[in-house]
Design a protein around this ligand. Structure first.
Ligand SMILES: [Zn+2]
Ligand SMILES: [Zn+2]
Length: 347
């Protein structure tokens, strides 16, 4: 079958690889109908997530049709349409028993290499899905593939960030960073009916998309963001700030954007070991700083999919490029250069 394959650092190609088959109890085999390129796929390609071997299949965002199941699979049968979670929790540990799947110490990730369980990715014609009863979610007939796709990763990740910020009706929210996850955090935040969502970025295409999703765009090249938010909140600052960048300057700016007693929810991926935190400011402002870690997709995707089916959220609006799987190398290139906001591939 055709698949997007890791060759070496900074190098991928389309290749023919053996079609996967059922290997473990609880496995399903899914025929992929659409798959997407995620920002973290780039981390794998560039070796920032180490452990990928040459020949490994990339990708972890997918929708498809169940082709076969192991006898231990109870919730799914051949022919059902499904969306997959990007992570594969064990389903049995202390955390999984409490539906805190994202903290499962044994969780695996599709297409992430040996440190994440060496499970082949989904940018392919077929994908083997371990623990299918947990890792797959059925899709309503009324929902198109593209509408369901992001529930398995970026939309539910954005919604997780918004949920952890404990946004209340009428709040002023600021979303810092309008990449795909930040844009999804805007949609997630809207579920809690804030009065205003300010969306901060410097890329005009992203700010335009943020505006079309219901946020007020704030170009960080043109204004001092903390002052801007204070000017529009009677000098207070934002009630809730969603950090969707994963950089030290962005995190520090969030502390300045939040009002006293405000909440910061961090979904941006941080890899720095240490930073200088302005402890006195953080203490005096009584900032509530919450790190989300990897999002609890399986714990929250029922809610996320309900928002899509009721029409409250349209996450597929951010798809900028639809391409054949065979053109994935070009898709990665466009995404890397930020010419594509979100690339969807069809095998
Ligand atoms: Zn992802
Ligand atoms: Zn577990």
């Amino acid at each position: 079958m055709r698949a997007v394959v890791f060759k070496d650092f900074d190098s991928i190609e389309l290749d023919d690889v053996p079609k996967p088959r059922i290997e473990e109890p609880g496995d399903a085999l899914v025929r992929v109908t659409i798959t997407a390129i995620c920002g973290s796929d780039l981390h794998v390609v560039h070796g920032r997530i180490p452990g990928m071997s040459p020949g490994g299949v990339l990708g972890h965002e997918f929708v498809g049709v169940v082709e076969a199941v192991d006898g231990g699979v109870r919730r799914f049968a051949e022919g059902e349409r499904v969306v997959g979670s990007f992570t594969i929790p064990c389903g049995e540990c202390w955390y999984c028993a409490r539906r805190f799947f994202s903290r499962c110490p044994d969780q695996r990730v599709f297409g992430y290499g040996s440190f994440f369980g060496d499970v082949a990715g989904a940018q392919a014609e077929y994908v083997r899905v371990p623990n299918a009863d947990l890792v797959l979610h059925a899709i309503d007939d009324s929902m198109r593939d593209e509408q369901a796709l992001f529930a398995g990763d970026i939309f539910t990740t954005g919604y997780d960030c918004a949920t952890e910020a404990r946004i209340e009706q009428g709040d002023v929210v600021t979303v810092v960073g309008c990449g795909p996850v930040g844009l999804m955090a805007i949609l997630g935040a809207r579920a809690f009916e804030p009065s205003t969502i300010y969306a901060v970025d410097t890329v005009s295409q992203r700010l335009e998309m943020a505006q079309s999703l219901g946020a007020i765009p704030v170009d960080a090249k043109e204004v001092h963001v903390p002052s801007f938010v204070q000017d529009h909140t009677g000098g207070r600052g934002a009630d809730a700030v969603l950090e969707c960048v994963g950089s030290v300057p962005a995190l520090l700016e969030c502390i300045d954007i939040a009002r006293a007693g405000g909440r910061i929810s961090v979904i941006g991926v941080h890899s720095d070991q240490e930073i200088e935190l302005p402890l006195n400011t953080t203490f005096v402002k009584a900032i509530d700083l919450k790190f989300c870690g990897t999002a609890n997709v399986i714990g929250r995707w029922d809610d996320a999919l309900a928002m899509v089916s009721s029409g409250v959220a349209r996450p597929d609006a951010i798809i900028s490029h639809r391409m054949k799987l065979d053109d994935a190398v070009l898709g990665y290139d466009l995404f890397e250069r930020r010419e594509a906001l979100k690339v969807v591939l069809t095998p």
